[in-house]
Ligand binder design. Structure first.
Ligand SMILES: NC(=O)c1ccc[n+]([C@@H]2O[C@H](COP(=O)([O-])OP(=O)(O)OC[C@H]3O[C@@H](n4cnc5c(N)ncnc54)[C@H](O)[C@@H]3O)[C@@H](O)[C@H]2O)c1
Length: 277
């Protein structure tokens, strides 16, 4: 028996990075997974891998900002699998701005449309079918950027902070209705995924130059001294999706190598003998 045996799951932004790891992990643990993404090539390749490993997944081409398409995706999921137990509302983009005054309203709206409108629509259209299914688990991908500020990611932080409290609010709605649906957020730190290659806006003055050194950033910024892997987040999502988390709702699961836990010194008198290069 897998940890989510026979449950039906939708994973948005499931073609890449954290979403792909969630889709693979839920499928490995017995769920039938709907992978939704705008990346048709990546999504189809992923479901082919999942199915060839003897698990079950389908891909649906889906822009999470498209309300009409959400109705199709939920209907298609119900037609194909008959119910919905798990929603991983994960699709997201990050746009970096050296200063908030450099951010165009179009970029602000684009980021908010995917990261917040997309999560709102996911809940609006998935909750009714989950209620008809008798309960379930919703996991929203926020970020450490939903817990603390960042000087160059203000717009992103605004969306991820919004997701954090949206999750808690929907958790309260579901608890008050007694519908058996739990709602939680996950908060990844620095995770090695393609998002970091896409994070800069198209500024005409050198918006895209050297690639971001994720490992270097994590070595300095994460107390565990390394970047996380998508599987680290998928492990947490699997737990929240499973019945092992049946008393957990309205909570935030931080998976960040210690970033929000505090700070450590790598050298000097406060290093505690743990000096590292
Ligand atoms: N990687 C990190 O360090 C990190 C840290 C904190 C939070 N997150 C969050 O994790 C989530 C997953 O990010 P990732 O790191 O795996 O990035 P990723 O770029 O590898 O994956 C994101 C996926 O979302 C899809 N997507 C983008 N816009 C979409 C839209 N409008 N509709 C449907 N799909 C869309 C992309 O095609 C892609 O497959 C995001 O919400 C991100 O903000 C990532």
């Amino acid at each position: 028996m897998g940890q989510v045996q026979n449950k039906i799951a939708i994973v948005t932004g499931g073609a890449s990075g954290i979403g792909a790891a969630c889709a693979r992990t839920l499928a490995r643990e017995g769920a039938k997974v709907v992978v939704s993404d705008i990346d048709d090539l990546g999504g189809n390749a992923l479901v082919a891998t999942i199915n060839s490993a003897g698990h079950q997944a389908i891909f649906l081409s889906h822009d999470v900002t498209d309300e009409r398409r959400w109705q199709d995706v939920v209907a298609e999921t119900e037609r194909h699998f008959g119910r919905l137990d798990i929603l991983v509302s994960n699709a997201g983009i990050g746009l970096l701005a050296p200063s908030i005054v450099d951010m165009s309203l179009a970029d602000w709206r684009r980021q908010t449309a995917v990261n917040l409108d997309g999560v709102f629509l996911s809940v609006k259209y998935c909750l009714p079918v989950m209620r008809r299914s008798g309960g379930g688990s919703i996991i929203m991908t926020s970020s450490v950027a939903g817990l603390r500020g960042s000087g160059t990611l203000a717009g992103y932080c605004a969306t991820k902070g919004g997701v954090r409290l949206f999750a808690k609010s929907i958790a309260m709605e579901c608890a008050s209705k007694g519908d058996g649906i739990r709602v939680n957020s996950v908060h990844p730190g620095i995770i090695d995924t393609p998002i970091w290659n896409k994070i800069r806006p198209d500024l005409s003055s050198g918006g895209r130059n050297a690639p971001i050194d994720i490992e270097g950033m994590a070595r300095l910024g994460a107390p565990l001294g390394r970047a996380g892997q998508p599987q680290d987040i998928a492990n947490g999502v699997l737990f929240l999706a499973s019945d092992a988390a049946s008393y957990i709702t309205g909570a935030e699961l931080v998976i960040d190598g210690g970033i929000t836990g505090g700070s450590i010194s790598r050298s000097g008198p406060l290093a505690g003998g743990a000096t590292r290069e």
